[in-house]
Design a protein around this ligand. Structure first.
Ligand code: ZN
Ligand code: ZN
Ligand code: FE
Length: 747
């Protein structure tokens, strides 16, 4: 008889709500082991008994064969007490200690479910809410932990006998699939038009597909909110959507029916395609191959995603146009609508029909946005499919809530040393967004049973940020973290580098500096643990109107060009600056509402203005994006001079050269390219000046610029450290704040 023993495994990571227990059950049976598995409050606990070699093989297979949506952070294996179990069982969740186990993100519909969806013999044929333990909603339906059906928005739907039998059978793919349902017992979709519910089920979906074909705008309930959809190849429909949504130029994303079709729309390499087809199904930004009129005007990139709910697949199968604009349903920049009554009321003037799903959404979650550059993949907006996955370990002895900034807000909660980052919340400049922010704070705290008065709150140093005001008004202790140090720390926290001495280059549009001025072109040396010293920065410029200047590139130009000698009349050709420029200049001369800035974002705006972008922008970062596309279309050329002197990057020589080149008639794209080159060479120079043996960490919104990142990566290679998990823009601030707060707390 072979030697027998027992093994206790404690598995941490994303292991709940991803089909992990049935997977362990099937695995134990395959290895003929007895024992049990249950969801604990710190992951999944397994007890197995049997021959020693089978125990070994089982422990390996738990990691090697884990379900696709699971992500194992650690496995602790210890010899267990031999309890003479006769079979293997799935036990109920335990309660007691504080939950540290994570809820999984929402997952795209799996292959097995898709096969059933289109199999006329299957009882879930064409059922828009089909799912199983390997796929379907999670975070968007959960109301509390542990993740069990009564704590989801499926609680009110009682399973029929057949669904119940599947739910209870450990050998079934739907064993404990919490949103488990079928046409006989579960929710469906309803088409609402002219204030009436017209049709239900397949008929409703077919009618919505027909409306889309006819050029209508249809509001469609998805996983984390409503989308507005229209035919992406119908320029009139796209124009109507822009007009009704007050969204003049900001690019729309599209959904294509298949990856084959996506390949005809954008250039996809293997890495980009892997991202596009991953279970998270983000919008992937890639170089456009085809122009869809009005979808992404003036942009070389296009955001593409694949269907991720059964409903999306059904819409295409029912004949919806095979490229759809799919954009968050809201008015201009308000948060995405996710409640039915809200959506129907607020979008009445925009959508002609509503495809309303009967399953309630527990919380709003936008689509995520990601892309692949030569330097690797990056996330520009972290939401559906990613949130609220625990992303890194932060050595903190108490709970920390980092509230992020006011633009592209996202928050981070550190519980038991694990950092959970919320979905993208949005810009906190108006009330609905601030409500969404507070809701997200309470939601995340409630989910992990953290009381707000036991928290350490980390917030931006900007005293007037709504997020800062909120943090200071709560009961707990709070700590202010300077914006650009948080950007740099976010990259290091992703890598778990607490002591590594680096050079940090934080380039963005705006952030509150130590001296109260507007920073945005900052160079630091140091580490998370030791702190970051500001060792250099962009030369200071006057900024008439302060942060409001971000709306008008010529206003930033008035500031950055102010110190230049022999400036020609910029209101004349070829510059053609509008009257706002002269007015802004006079504000500086008179010292009216003029601030000081070191913002790299405003320098990009200045150059864009000099090259012809002299109007008001219609979305954040538009002028810099325009400049990047001008540069990317031009061929490589010598960089302008952008010297580092006495801790200052002096932009005056390059601006003077650009003015001269414009007067001589040099091509704008070539000038833009030489400017990008200047920024890259300046950073390379900074690296050499402050320690070429150290990694160079680059973060901040400016680093969303593909050309800049790829050019710098070509120069620095693996010495260049960029954000991979959280965005380089202000969406990543919360992670850096949490890391620096953890250190501040211990010192
Ligand atoms: Zn499935
Ligand atoms: Zn059923
Ligand atoms: Fe920033």
């Amino acid at each position: 008889m072979p030697a027998v023993g027992a093994l206790d495994l404690r598995i941490r990571g994303v292991v709940q709500g991803v089909g992990f227990r049935p997977f362990v059950y099937r695995l134990a049976r395959r290895h003929a082991l007895a024992g049990w598995v249950r969801n604990g409050e710190s992951g999944v606990a397994v007890h197995v008994e049997g021959p020693l070699d089978a125990l070994d093989a089982f422990a390996r297979a738990v990691v090697d064969e884990a379900p696709p949506a699971a992500s194992i952070a650690s496995v602790d294996a210890t010899p267990g007490a031999f309890e003479r179990h006769r079979e293997f069982a799935i036990r109920e969740s335990s309660a007691g200690e504080r939950p540290t186990a994570r809820i999984a993100p929402d997952i795209a519909v799996c292959r097995a479910c898709l096969r059933e969806l289109f199999d006329p013999a299957d009882r879930r044929y064409r059922y828009p809410y089909i799912n199983c333990t390997d796929c379907g909603p999670r975070y968007s339906i959960v109301l509390g932990l542990p993740y069990d059906r009564p704590a989801t928005t499926m609680a009110s739907w009682t399973m029929c006998a057949r669904c119940e039998a599947e739910y209870d059978d450990p050998a079934d793919r739907r064993f404990h699939a919490q949103p488990q349902a079928c046409p006989a017992c579960g929710p469906s979709y309803v088409l609402r038009e002219d204030g009436r519910d017209e049709m239900r089920g397949t008929a409703a979906i077919a009618a919505a597909a027909a409306r889309l074909r006819d050029g209508a705008i249809v509001a469609i309930k998805g996983i984390g909110g409503y989308h507005l959809a229209c035919n992406a190849t119908d320029a009139e429909a796209v124009a109507a959507l822009r007009e009704r949504k007050y969204r003049k130029e900001r690019p729309f994303a599209v959904m294509t029916c298949s990856v084959e079709l996506a390949r005809t729309l954008v250039e996809l390499d293997d890495a980009a395609e892997a991202l596009l087809t991953s279970v998270a199904r983000p919008i992937v930004l890639a170089r456009a191959r085809r122009v869809l009129e009005g979808v992404a005007p003036g942009n070389r990139e296009l955001g593409v995603m694949l269907p991720y709910t059964p409903l999306h697949h059904l819409l295409f199968a029912e004949g919806a146009p095979d490229v759809l604009v799919l954009t968050s349903a809201n008015r201009s920049s308000e948060p995405i609508a996710f409640e039915d009554a809200d959506a129907v009321a607020n979008l009445a003037g925009i959508a002609e029909a509503f495809l309303v799903g009967e399953r309630r959404i527990a919380r709003r979650i936008d689509d995520s946005v990601a892309r692949v550059t030569a330097a690797g993949s990056s996330v520009l907006r972290r939401a559906r499919g990613f949130a609220p996955r625990a992303i890194v370990t932060i050595p903190a002895t108490r709970s920390i809530l980092a509230v992020g900034g006011d633009l592209k807000n996202a928050i981070a909660l550190v519980v038991a040393g694990q950092a959970f980052v919320s979905q993208h919340v949005g810009d906190l400049d108006h009330l609905p967004a601030r409500d969404a922010f507070e809701q997200t704070v309470h939601d995340l705290c409630a989910m992990y049973e953290i009381h707000e008065d036991e928290l350490l709150l980390a917030h931006d140093a900007h005293p007037e940020y709504a997020s800062s005001v909120f943090a200071r008004s709560t009961l707990g202790e709070h700590v202010a973290i300077q914006h650009h140090r948080a950007h740099v720390a976010s990259v290091l926290a992703e890598r778990g580098e607490w002591d590594r001495e680096v050079i940090g280059v934080a380039f963005d549009g705006t952030g509150y500096g130590d001296d109260g001025t507007i920073w945005g072109g900052e160079i630091f040396t140091g580490s998370i643990r030791g702190g970051f010293d500001r060792v250099a920065h962009l030369r200071e410029a006057p900024l008439p109107g302060g942060d409001a200047a971000a709306q008008f590139p010529v206003q930033a130009a008035a500031g950055f060009l102010f110190d230049l000698d022999d400036l020609p009349d910029l209101t004349a050709e070829p510059f053609g600056f509008p009257a706002r420029y002269a007015f802004a200049r006079s504000m500086i001369e008179r010292g009216v509402r003029t601030f000081r800035t070191t913002s790299m974002g405003r320098l990009f705006d200045t150059v864009a203005a000099l090259l012809g972008f002299t109007r008001e922008i219609t979305f954040e970062g538009q002028a810099a994006m325009w400049l990047e596309h001008q540069a990317a279309a031009a061929s490589e050329t010598a960089a302008y001079e952008f010297p580092l002197r006495d801790g200052e990057l002096d932009y005056r020589p390059l601006l003077a050269a650009i003015v001269d080149d414009r007067l001589c008639g040099r091509d704008g794209g070539s000038i833009a390219r030489a400017f990008h080159g200047a920024v890259v060479e300046a950073v390379v120079g900074v690296h050499a000046a402050f320690g070429a043996d150290r990694p160079l960490v680059a973060s901040g919104g400016v680093w969303q610029n593909r050309l800049l990142v790829e050019s710098l990566y070509a120069r620095l290679g693996e010495s260049l450290w960029l954000n991979r998990i959280v965005p380089a823009n202000d969406g990543g601030l919360c992670l850096g704040q949490a890391a620096l707060a953890a250190v501040a707390m211990r010192s």
